[in-house]
Design a binder for this molecule. Sequence first.
Ligand SMILES: [Zn+2]
Length: 300
Amino acid sequence: MFHKNCYHRFKLSILLGSVLWVTLLSLVGCKTVPISVLTRAVLEIHVIDVGYGESLLLKTPTQRFMLWDGGYPEKGPIVCDYLSQQGVRHLDLIVNSHPHPDHIGGLSTVLSHFSVTEIWGSHALDFPEIPNDFREMVSETQTPYKIVRRGHTWQWTDQIALEILHPVQLVPDLNDSSLVCRLSFGRTIILLTADIGPAAQQELLSNFGSSLRSTFMTVPHHGGISHLPFFKIVNPDLISLSVGENPWGNPKAQTLEFLKNMGLTIKRTDELGSLVFRCDDEGKINPAYPDQNTASQVDK
Ligand SMILES: [Zn+2]
């Protein structure tokens, strides 16, 4: 028989246990609480550490996902693990900015693990630099593949729209043929620049001018030589740099110096590992973790 006192003690222990759990969970959760709490719906930008290369995951407030590039081929499993940890089961979109191996390499592994609604690319699938395994995976999974150019737009969710700003047409330089994408989330603008070099940056500047102003941007071409006025016009609040060991000397000191003089602290994957940024639709953006926020110049 369950004695009345025993029952009260049982209820008390359940209550104490719950309090303990809530305290423990909130302590563990502290690690991921943003420095300044965003009170509105949040879009997350994950810059995945793939060494030298690029891979970004975007997560909408309604838990929908898109992937921008996938790093070198050997980074494919790392990207897949990261996506799984973030709860990805399906990707609405994969964008391959251009077919250099540090961007397209890991995507065939991603295609073999996740269902994908559509892929956007800069080049036709029969372009010689597109690796066979990527071409085969696209065909095997019957994922629609679309070549996109400036002016291509897509309303991803009620709140988020994508627009391709570059290229108008392909040029012999693969880097300068990279897709450049602008994501609009209310007043927050995310500019993904892939590997465009000075010529493409200059062309964007003369075509779009001050409308290039963005809340967040990725440093083009792993911090390579840039058309520096481009940064002045984009004038981002936060900037990320995807980089690792490389024989080309990226990032270049001149580019870093210029960004530093603009008052920007660059968040680098080779220093911080994978990066997470959270933004609302009013132009507020924060690195998601306190250790990424030190010395950050968010208020501009
Ligand atoms: Zn690259």
